[in-house]
Write a protein that binds this ligand. Structure first.
Ligand code: ADP
Length: 649
C-alpha cells in the first residue's frame, strides 16, 4: 500500500472513530434520558396506585366491620327464632350504636320483613317480600349455599341518598333449618366520609364504579364522572355479590417528564459535548503525532548520514535509513559488523569499533573513527556516534548509531598532508643551513658581531629554530598518518627512560624557572620504541613546563594497575578549560592563539603524542582542573616475557 493510500485510510479511520464516539454518546444520552423519564412516570403511577389501594382496603374494611356487628343479631335469632319486637328493637339499638354507618336493620323470616329498626320513616318496609324486589333467584341460592352474607348495590334509597344492602342468612340452631335473613342497609355517603374518600385526592380525579371500564360513566356512582380518563390506576373491591372498581389519576393527566427535565438533559448534553471535545482533541493529537512521525521519517530516510537503530540485547538491526545501509554495507543487520574494524594502515583493531564496550558505562559516545571493509574489499573510513536508550514502548534497551562516510574528508586530509609534507621537505634543507649559519654567527664563529647585529642575529636564530621545530613536527605527523614511521618495540625499564628525558629538558625548565621533581617510579619493564616514547614524554614535559607559573614544580611519577603502567606528568598551571578538553589532541589546537606567540609551540605536540602512543599500543590521556593544574599521562603495557634486565638480576 502506498503512503498516500495509508494516509487516506488513517484519516478515514480517525473520522470513523470520531463519528462512532459521537453517535455512541448521543445514543447513550437519549437512552439515559428516556429511562429516567420512564422511571419518573412509573414512580408517579406507583404512588397513585398505593394511594387508591389504601383507600379501597379502608372502604372494604369499614363495610365488613359494620356487617360483623350485625352477625351478633343473627346469632341471637338463630338461638331464639321467635324473637319479639321489643327484644329486636333492644338488640338493634345496641348494634346501631356499634356500627355508625348502618342506615337500618330489618329482620325478614322467610325473606319477608317483619321487624325494622329504626321504625320511624321505615314503616313502609314492614311486610316487604325481598324475593319479589330486592333478591334475585341466583342471590337466594348463593345465600343458602354459602350461608354467608350477600351484598347488592348501590341502591337508591327512598329516603334519599344511596346505600349498600347486605343480607345475612339465619339458620336455626340445632335443626339448621333456614329461618330467614337480616337485611341491612349501609349508608354510602357516611361510608365515603368514614374513609375520607372525597378529600383523599384533592390533586386528581377519583371515581367508584360498578364497571371495570372507566369510560362507562353509567357505572360510576361516586366521584368524577366526566374526567378524561387515560390509563387511570385502579383497585377493585370484591364482596360477595358486588364488585366495584376504584379509579384515580392526576388532575392534569400523567406527567410526560420530570419536573426539571432540562437539568438531567443539560448534564447529558454537557457530558456528550465534553466527550466529543476530548475525542476530537485526542484524535487531533494522534493526527499531529502521525504528521510529526512522517516529517521525521522523511528526514530520517533522506538524511545523507547513516542512521541505524539496534536492539541492544540481540544486537540486531531494527531500522535503518538508506544511507546507513549504503555506508555500512550488507553486514549492517547485526552490530557484530562493527567488530571488524581497521586502522588507517589496514591493521585490524583488536576491539573493533567497541560499540558495546563504549556504551556499557556511558549512554553515548561520539566521533569514533575507524575503517571497515567495503563491498569490494576496500577500506572505508567511518565516523561513528552512538546513543543507548531505553525504549519507551517496551522498556528494552536500544542503540542509535549514526555513521558518516568520511572517505572524501580523508582524501582531502591526505592531500593536505602530502602538500604540507612536500613543502616541509623542500623547506627543511635550506632551513637547516640557514639555522646552522645563524648559529655560527651567534656563537661568534665568524668573528665578534657588533651588539646591534648580534641582537638581530639572535632573534633570527631563535625564530629559525622555532621554524625547524614546526617543520620537524609537520614531517613527523605526516609520517605517522601515512604509516611511514617505523617502530622498534623492545622492553625498556621505566627507570632508564624517565630520568634521561628529565635530564634532557632540565635546561628548558630552568629557563622557565620551573623545578622538575621525580616521584615514585615503578620498577617495571615496558614494551615501547624508546626514541618515540621519549619523544612523547618530552612533549608532555615541555607543555607542563611551558604552562606552569614561575617557581612552581612539575612532578613526574608512575602508577601501575595490573599490566598497565602510566607515566604521569603533573603541573600546577592554569589547567585546561572543559570546552577545550575535547579537542586538545587535534592537530594545531591551542587554547589561545596567542599561546603560539607567547609560549611558542605548534599545536601539534599532543596530536603527535597521541599518534605515537596509539602506534605503540598505548594511549595518552589527562585530567585537569581549571585554575589548579593538569596531569597528563602516557599509558603503556608492562612486558610479560623475559627481559635483559630481569636476566641481569
Ligand atoms: P603546543 O605545541 O602548542 O604545546 P600541544 O598539542 O602540545 O601544542 O598542546 C596543545 C594545547 O594544549 C596547548 O597550546 C595548550 O593550550 C594546551 N595544553 C597542553 N598541555 C597543557 C598543560 N600542561 N597545561 C595547560 N595547557 C596545556
Amino acid at each position: 500500500m502506498t503512503t498516500k493510500a495509508h494516509d487516506r485510510l488513517f484519516h478515514t479511520l480517525i473520522w470513523a472513530a470520531r463519528s462512532a464516539i459521537v453517535l455512541l454518546m448521543v445514543s447513550v444520552a437519549v437512552i439515559v434520558d428516556t429511562a429516567s423519564t420512564e422511571r419518573f412516570r412509573s414512580d408517579v403511577r406507583q404512588e397513585w396506585q398505593s394511594r387508591i389501594d389504601d383507600l379501597s382496603l379502608k372502604l372494604q374494611g369499614t363495610i365488613l366491620q359494620n356487617i360483623q356487628t350485625v352477625w351478633g343479631l343473627a346469632a341471637n335469632v338463630s338461638v331464639n327464632p321467635n324473637i319479639g319486637e321489643a327484644r329486636f328493637q333492644e338488640l338493634a339499638a345496641v348494634i346501631f350504636g356499634l356500627a355508625p354507618e348502618l342506615r337500618n336493620i330489618g329482620l325478614a323470616p322467610d325473606f319477608v320483613i317483619r321487624h325494622i329498626y329504626p321504625l320511624k320513616d321505615n314503616e313502609a318496609a314492614i311486610g316487604l317480600d325481598l324475593t319479589s324486589q330486592s333478591l334475585s333467584e341466583e342471590q337466594i341460592n348463593r345465600l343458602l349455599e354459602t350461608e354467608r352474607a350477600i351484598f347488592s348495590g348501590p341502591i337508591d334509597l327512598v329516603q334519599g341518598g344511596q346505600g349498600l344492602a347486605a343480607r345475612i342468612p339465619i339458620f336455626e340452631t340445632g335443626s339448621r333449618d333456614f329461618w330467614g335473613v337480616i337485611s341491612v342497609i349501609l349508608d354510602l355517603p357516611r361510608l365515603y366520609e368514614a374513609v375520607n374518600l372525597g378529600s383523599a385526592t384533592t390533586d386528581g380525579a377519583i371515581a367508584l364504579s360498578m364497571s371495570t371500564d372507566p369510560e362507562d360513566s353509567d357505572g360510576i356512582f361516586f366521584g368524577t364522572r366526566d374526567a378524561n380518563w387515560k390509563q387511570p390506576v385502579q383497585a377493585s373491591l370484591n364482596m360477595p355479590g358486588v364488585t366495584w372498581t376504584l379509579f384515580a389519576q392526576p388532575r392534569s393527566g400523567w406527567p410526560d417528564h420530570p419536573e426539571f427535565p432540562w437539568l438531567i438533559r443539560g448534564t447529558l448534553i454537557l457530558i456528550t459535548l465534553l466527550a466529543t471535545v476530548v475525542t476530537f482533541w485526542l484524535t487531533r493529537l494522534l493526527l499531529k503525532d502521525r504528521q510529526m512521525q512522517q516529517r521525521f521519517w522523511g528526514l530520517f530516510e533522506l538524511a545523507p548520514i547513516g542512521i541505524g537503530l539496534y536492539n541492544a540485547r540481540s544486537m540486531t538491526l531494527l531500522r535503518a535509513n538508506k544511507s546507513f545501509k549504503r555506508i555500512v554495507g550488507t553486514g549492517a543487520d547485526s552490530l557484530d559488523c562493527f567488530e571488524n574494524a581497521y586502522d588507517q594502515n589496514g591493521n585490524r583493531l583488536p576491539k573493533g569499533f567497541g560499540v558495546m564496550e563504549k556504551l556499557t558505562d556511558k549512554v553515548q559516545f561520539s566521533g569514533q573513527e575507524a575503517y571497515i571493509q567495503g563491498p569490494e574489499g576496500e577500506l572505508r573510513p567511518l565516523l561513528l556516534h552512538g546513543l543507548k536508550l531505553l525504549d519507551t514502548h517496551d522498556g528494552k534497551p536500544i542503540i542509535w548509531l549514526i555513521a558518516e562516510d568520511i572517505t572524501e574528508q580523508k582524501k582531502v586530509d591526505r592531500m593536505k598532508s602530502e602538500f604540507i609534507s612536500t613543502v616541509s621537505h623542500e623547506l627543511r634543507t635550506p632551513l637547516t643551513s640557514i639555522s646552522g649559519s645563524l648559529g655560527l654567527l651567534v656563537h661568534d664563529a665568524a668573528g665578534k658581531l657588533p651588539d646591534k647585529a648580534s641582537h638581530l642575529a639572535n632573534i633570527a636564530y631563535r625564530n629559525s629554530k622555532q621554524l625547524t621545530f614546526l617543520i620537524n613536527d609537520l614531517l613527523d605527523i605526516e609520517k605517522l598518518i601515512a604509516g611511514k614511521m617505523v617502530f622498534q618495540m623492545e622492553s625498556h625499564r621505566v627507570h632508564d627512560i624517565v630520568p634521561e628525558c628529565i635530564e634532557n629538558i632540565e635546561n628548558y625548565a630552568a629557563e622557565h624557572s620551573v623545578s622538575l621533581q621525580v616521584g615514585e617510579l615503578a620498577d617495571v619493564l615496558i614494551q615501547a620504541d624508546r626514541r618515540r616514547l621519549s619523544q612523547a614524554l618530552d612533549n608532555l614535559l615541555s607543555n607542563a613546563i611551558k604552562f606552569s607559573p614561575k617557581g612552581s614544580e612539575v612532578w613526574v611519577f608512575t602508577r601501575q594497575s595490573g599490566q598497565t603502567v602510566r607515566i604521569c606528568v603533573q603541573d600546577r598551571g592554569n589547567g585546561i578549560e572543559p570546552k577545550f578538553q575535547a579537542m586538545i589532541f587535534q592537530k594545531f589546537s591551542q587554547v589561545d592563539a596567542s599561546d603560539r606567540r607567547s609560549r611558542g609551540g605548534t599545536g601539534l605536540g599532543l596530536a603527535i603524542t597521541r599518534e605515537l602512543m596509539t602506534r605503540m599500543g598505548g594511549n595518552v590521556a589527562f585530567e585537569s582542573t581549571p585554575g589548579e593544574g593538569s596531569t597528563f599521562w602516557l599509558e603503556v603495557q608492562a612486558s610479560t616475557g623475559h627481559t635483559e634486565w630481569q636476566e641481569r638480576v
